[in-house]
Design a protein around this ligand. Sequence first.
Ligand code: DAH
Length: 345
Amino acid sequence: MSGNTDLIEALQTLEEEALQAVASAAESDQLEALRIQYLGRREGRISGILRGLGGLSPKERPAVGAEANRVKARVQEALEARIASLEAGSGADDIGDVDLTMPGALPWRGGRHPVTQVIDELWAIFRSLGFTRARGPEVETDWYNFVALNTPLDHPAVDEADTLYLKNGLLLRTHTSPVQIRIMEAHEPPIRIIAPGMVYRRDTPDATHTPGFFQLEGLVVDEGITFIDFKATLAEFARRFWGPGTEVRFRPGFFPFTEPSAEVDVKRVITLPDGTTEETDWLEIMGAGMVDPAVLENVGYDSERYTGFAFGMGPARIAALKYGVRDIRVFFENDIRFLNQFAQP
Ligand code: DAH
């Protein structure tokens, strides 16, 4: 290594050392001492190197001289800046008025809506139980929405007070059950589907009703499907969604398209923040039942050969129960302060 590079390296080490010392000096006395130590005319370490230039060969001199002058200027500048910042009373560091304890500003990030998160969870469970996904139109006819589902047109649900009718005898589907009919018309058993989608009713919004909402329909049809399959599948679903300690109850109910029909309730065990557990009341999570043979006959299935079960639930209601939300309108208002509570990492 030539004397040239040795000296340049020494200068750079000196520069680093000097800048660090300047940055950590908190008083002007210390800064004056540093000025003398590095830049003082007689004893200053950088000045010393500049003075020694005379001993270098004319070839080496310009590079070392230029570097020494650069380091000198840089240290001089740092000293002056530090003195100015101390005089400005900005404290012991150079970052002025920045408050290091202030939380940083995170960029806005999109996330899935809480009801969408629940739909995705429901779907994942049914997929793992062997269901596939199906869909049908939101604009339907009387046949699919009511008649084929064993609901006579003089049934109260068909009334204009509940159903949103369009022109030409069309209507907005009031439930996802018509997808059952469409799927059975198009396919032979075995059938094992989940049909998610929007449904519409002529309801005035309140804490538990909105005129449009999401439903998740399920249908299983095959030879030899029994009430045991029905109960076991839905109980397994409920325990996967609500937790292994969940109790499941099948309460007698009525739907025109199922016989027998049931309302499915769960009783959850919740763990409180202090680690203790508490049981909830019975919570109704869905309507369900064994597919009425008349429905199977309506799609041309042999109801002596095939049996099945069906169920329908409202993901917003499930989300409300899951998160303790008492008014489902918050799911539609989309107040970002509400939604942010469900942000996922
Ligand atoms: N369609 C019913 C409703 O909207 C829900 C339902 C009940 C669906 C029982 C079903 C069922 O498939 O078996 O209220």
